[in-house]
Design a protein around this ligand. Sequence first.
Ligand code: ADP
Ligand code: DP6
Length: 418
Amino acid sequence: MAGEWILMVTAQTPTNIAVIKYWGKRDESLILPVNDSISVTLDPEHLCTTTTVAVSPSFEQDRMWLNGKEISLSGGRFQSCLREIRARATDVENKEKGIKISKKDWEKLHVHISSFNNFPTAAGLASSAAGFACLVFSLAKLMNVKEDHSQLSAIARQGSGSACRSLYGGFVKWIMGKEENGSDSLAVQLADEKHWGELVIIIAVVSSRQKETSSTSGMRESVETSLLLQHRAKEVVPKRTVKMEEAIQNRDFASFAGLTCADSNQFHAVCLDTCPPIFYMNDTSHRIISCVEKWNRSEEAPQVAYTFDAGPNAVLIARNRKAASLLLQRLLYYFPPNADTDMNSYVLGDKSILKDAGIQGINDVEALPPPPEIKDKIPAQKNRGEVSYFICTRPGRGPVELSDKSQALIDPKTGLPK
Ligand code: ADP
Ligand code: DP6
């Protein structure tokens, strides 16, 4: 590297959770969906990807490190994102460093990419969504790509479908589009994160032993075999997205919760309707649904919505902080940690919700009374150890470039991960 220059950009991108699910492609290689989907972006303070991209004439090939380990970029999805971004690169001039890169130079220059997820990778928490969104966003900044976030979302989509929705904060719609080349299959923001800031999100990371079917192969099998998927895409989702957009605009929680739960349940029904059937939820997931349904029914209006992706983890959206603290009490009552667990490692993210729930230590959990909606004489069953941990979070912002050089993941002297 001696004597050679290096130029770097670092960015941070959130994950997202779909409240109207994407399930099924009409084009596998361009990643074009069979229906629109809608998501909530999660606060990057608790779940995010940070990626540094660097360019230098001394780099001999494109290389990438994920969480410190080198990974191959040869896969079609990484190649599509790199190709599409490079095709849109424009002139870059850094007067301070005396660097000038012309549009044409980008074809020959190689990049080093280092990325870190602040939450478990490939554990059903949408690292692929945050990861591909961050890759595209940071490369676009480095290469001075002039396209707006929606156009970048159409590139991130080619890394992983759900990644296109991570180009925006708040509430996001992925419009399926009609064009064969996918140019109109992109994400738009419905409302920013401040629009409905009182929502609180609690993720229950459910212990699971079995290896799940990946979303990519699961949805392929559903498209090939499920008649319910055809009905869902044609008849159900188009009407549901209109209602969901209204619910979000009007901050109508009852409608939002009804639609979110119904859509999650229909997505899992499509999985059951697939041949052979796919089981993403497990007994713990079902117990969480029962807990929420029972509580919602005992109240005048729903307090919590639940939604599950291609795995057993529950994403619970509470109408406000009060509902979130009551929800956390219920969750801890039904799913207490193992005796030796420190509460600080059992409830992660925004710990103020734990404080609101009046829980400081394990003794407070053991002293929780049964939720009042349990009227049965038989005491409620406790399911110790079924949940690995909880993450408390909220709707959050979209991608940002980090200007603080100390946050870079690549050493400017070596061009390698720090
Ligand atoms: P998850 O449920 O976390 O999305 P997947 O198995 O669907 O898990 O996706 C994991 C894959 O996503 C990784 O193997 C990798 O290809 C990609 N990925 C994850 N994190 C990143 C990242 N930070 N940058 C680029 N790609 C990533
Ligand atoms: C259940 O985006 O992971 O989370 O496009 O093949 O990479 P690929 O699939 P992916 O699928 C996500 C499916 C889902 C629902 C959703 O996020 O909308």
